[in-house]
Design a protein around this ligand. Structure first.
Ligand SMILES: CC(C)(COP(=O)(O)OP(=O)(O)OC[C@H]1O[C@@H](n2cnc3c(N)ncnc32)[C@H](O)[C@@H]1OP(=O)(O)O)[C@@H](O)C(=O)NCCC(=O)NCCS
Length: 151
């Protein structure tokens, strides 16, 4: 199998990333796929290279997965924490270590910016993802996610 490399996404990747988000959002009932919004969100991520990152995994010149990270300040940590989102590997490339590679890369990115923690949200019924994170040393917390739209 050809090796897989992780690199920061560039504007030319946008449409590929939007397609990956379509695959991800189809699994998460909390989100509705809207390509214009996802394109806009991704463009915002690419604008701020200090505090945000979109990483892609590439094999044989094709993007096979992505993850994004955003640095937030955590008062509990007394420092930075990375909000990890948009973790997805194309269906045909799963269980080959690519998700692990992407998470490790976003962790390295965060550590290089002073972060001491990673955090993310996952759908409570996404068993595959929950097992994946658990395998990589993540654990659940007592916190629940609340949100308010339309602001
Ligand atoms: C979750 C996802 C990103 C994992 O990526 P992946 O490239 O398949 O994962 P990896 O091959 O790097 O697996 C890393 C470890 O997790 C384990 N793992 C991965 N998927 C698993 C599954 N479905 N069930 C149990 N363990 C799993 C692997 O066995 C591996 O451990 P090992 O190396 O000790 O065997 C991928 O399945 C995916 O894109 N799913 C759809 C999108 C999604 O749900 N994203 C998460 C949103 S929160």
């Amino acid at each position: 199998m050809a090796p897989c490399a992780v690199r920061p996404a560039v504007p030319d990747d946008l449409e590929t990333l939007v397609a990956l988000l379509r695959e991800l959002f189809a699994l998460e009932p909390d989100f509705r796929f809207d390509p214009a919004r996802q394109r806009r969100g991704l463009a915002l991520l690419l604008e701020d290279r200090l505090r945000r990152v979109a990483l892609v995994a590439e094999r044989d010149g094709a993007v096979v997965g992505m993850v994004t990270g955003q640095l937030v300040v955590s008062t509990s940590e007394g420092g930075g924490s990375v909000l990890v989102e948009d973790m997805v590997v194309i269906g045909s490339a799963r269980r080959q270590g690519i998700g692990r590679l992407l998470l490790r890369a976003v962790e390295t990115w965060g550590r290089g910016r002073g972060a001491t923690r990673l955090q993310l949200l996952a759908d409570r019924e996404n068993e595959a993802a929950l097992r994946f994170y658990e395998r990589l040393g993540w654990s659940g917390t007592r916190l629940v996610c609340l949100r308010r739209g339309g602001v």
